[in-house]
Design a binder for this molecule. Structure first.
Ligand SMILES: Cc1cc2nc3c(=O)[nH]c(=O)nc-3n(C[C@H](O)[C@H](O)[C@H](O)COP(=O)(O)O)c2cc1C
Length: 187
């Protein structure tokens, strides 16, 4: 079951903009954090959510998508309908990157289980997110989850000649080459 969920947990970058995600649903996703491991159990992460259309559209301007391909950024009619911003609370300390990595995937899996999907995004203009969401001083945005109802076909594939860059075909199917087990398992 986990394997099936993980196969479905692709990075989706085009959404049915008419399907909204509520504050309650986003809160349900964030609550997954309370089930997760955390280095030294510091639990240094804090979260901001956004599902108000005006705010979501503003945040979209400051997100960067699929840098390896042309037209990787969704058009505004297919853009995300919600964001979860994972912030590091510097007053608590601990291991932000390790915890944020684990957390971003776990929260995304919950979103997929609920019928949504999206992309974990590390490339975004942090200052703009702080300004637009009024993120408290001492909290540093680390990763965001851009969410919605995916309308994109994402296909896992084997690398050709070792090439692992993702690509799209003329029908906008999105292909993601994954390195084979013979390459990644070393003994
Ligand atoms: C920590 C992290 C940061 C990422 N940042 C971005 C990003 O800024 N923009 C983006 O379009 N995709 C981003 N991605 C998504 C990756 O591009 C994606 O995981 C990769 O292409 C493989 O596709 P898959 O998730 O469907 O397996 C990020 C993924 C991770 C794990």
């Amino acid at each position: 079951m986990l394997k099936e969920l993980l196969k479905k947990t692709r990075s989706y970058r085009r959404f049915d903009h008419s399907v909204k995600i509520t504050r309650e649903e986003l809160t349900d996703i964030v609550e997954i954090y309370r089930l997760l491991p955390s280095a030294m159990n510091h639990q240094p992460l804090k979260f901001y959510i956004a599902c108000d259309e005006e705010i979501v559209d503003k945040l979209f301007e400051y997100t960067f998508w699929a840098g390896a391909i042309k037209d990787g950024k969704p058009v505004s009619e297919e853009s995300p309908v919600a964001y979860i911003v994972i912030c590091f609370d510097k007053s608590i300390g601990g291991c932000c990157d390790w915890d944020a990595g684990i957390t971003s995937l776990a929260l995304m899996e919950r979103a997929v289980e609920m019928g949504y999907g999206g992309t974990i995004i590390g490339s975004f203009t942090k200052d703009k997110f702080i300004e637009i969401l009024g993120i408290e001083e001492g909290l540093e945005p680390n990763l965001i989850l851009a969410l919605g109802k995916p309308i994109e076909n994402v296909i896992l594939t084997d690398p050709k000649d070792g090439e692992i860059t993702y690509y799209r075909d003329e029908n906008r199917n999105h292909y993601v080459p994954k390195r084979p087990i013979s390459e990644i398992l070393k003994n």
